[in-house]
Write a protein that binds this ligand. Structure first.
Ligand code: HEC
Length: 273
């Protein structure tokens, strides 16, 4: 009788252990890497065991708007070979897609991948919401390469090598007769860095968090110019509701000259649908 009992008890214990192991591995976040020379699926515990792991202090964290400490890896310890790579794409779990030129990642701005450990969760970004984890791209010296707040993707699910956005979606290009230093062309570059992480133009782009900015109509066609500027600087200054998701672009992020360029690009694209 006792042996049957202990037999049942130990098999129940086994099942319980198996189930909890399965639950733990199902909950383990995975970072997917797809590069022509590197395909990998890295689990959070793989990353936390990496020999280059450090504790870093990010003086001006973009997502949290204050200094933050993280367990983190230099991004280039994970992306081993960026030679020949034009753009690195960070796909997030919330639909936002940042396409970051590879040269910025190899430059002096010092990109790190912050990793949220299960036993040391980061604060929620908004009351009652999720944190920026499990994987978040942070920069130790963003001012050295004028890194925009839109180049700090959080809740990252996958990192891959892609061609430049305008190569993959030529419908976002200005008229080919315009010089590459024209306001419209510079405006497209500022649009790609700051706006294409959420918007499309002419149905071209990786994200659809916000509306297409040219089809069916372009905001330069239906916004009074002064209100469009105001809206981009601070959307809530024009109209506001609790679900408003577009961030404002103050002058420190988008200078007046850059905002002029983005508006020149949008006005120009209204003629190219
Ligand atoms: C993080 C995502 C995000 C980024 C970055 C972003 N937007 Fe938006 N945008 C939105 C969303 C979402 C809306 C819809 C309103 C809302 O929910 O905030 C919107 C709305 C707009 C509108 C109003 C359209 C309308 O008809 O109501 C304009 C204009 C606009 N965005 C322009 C821009 C420009 C220009 C940039 C870059 C300088 C930009 N957005 C960057 C998400 C974003």
């Amino acid at each position: 009788m006792t042996t049957i009992y202990s037999g049942i008890r130990s098999s129940l214990l086994c099942i319980a252990l198996l189930l909890s192991a399965a639950a733990a591995s199902a909950a383990e976040p995975v970072l997917e890497l797809s590069f022509s020379k590197q395909h990998q699926q890295l689990t959070r515990s793989d990353l936390l065991k990496h020999p280059a792991l450090r504790t870093i202090t990010v003086p001006a964290d973009s997502a949290y708007q204050r200094a933050m400490q993280y367990r983190a890896l230099p991004l280039l310890a994970i992306l081993r070979d960026l030679r020949g790579v034009d753009t690195v794409q960070f796909k997030t779990e919330h639909g936002f897609v940042a396409n970051i030129p590879a040269q910025l990642l190899s430059g002096p701005a010092e990109p790190w991948l912050a990793i949220e450990a299960a036993h040391a969760p980061w604060p929620a970004l908004k009351a009652g919401g999720r944190s920026a984890g499990p994987f978040y791209l942070v920069w130790l010296a963003p001012e050295k390469s004028a890194i925009s707040p839109e180049q700090w993707p959080y809740q990252i699910a996958a990192i891959s090598e892609v061609a430049a956005l305008q190569t993959r979606y030529p419908q976002i290009l200005p008229d080919p007769s315009l010089a590459s230093d024209s306001a419209q062309y510079r405006g497209m570059q500022a649009y790609i860095t700051n706006c294409a992480v959420c918007h499309q133009v002419n149905g071209g782009g990786d994200a659809q968090v916000g509306p297409d900015l040219n089809r069916p109509f372009n905001p330069t066609e239906y916004f009074q110019p002064e209100f469009l500027r105001k809206f981009i600087r601070n959307p809530a200054a024009v109209r506001t509701w609790p679900q408003l998701r577009m961030p404002g672009f103050p002058e420190q992020v988008l200078s007046d000259a850059q905002l002029d360029d983005v508006l020149a690009y949008l006005r120009h694209m209204a003629q190219r649908k």
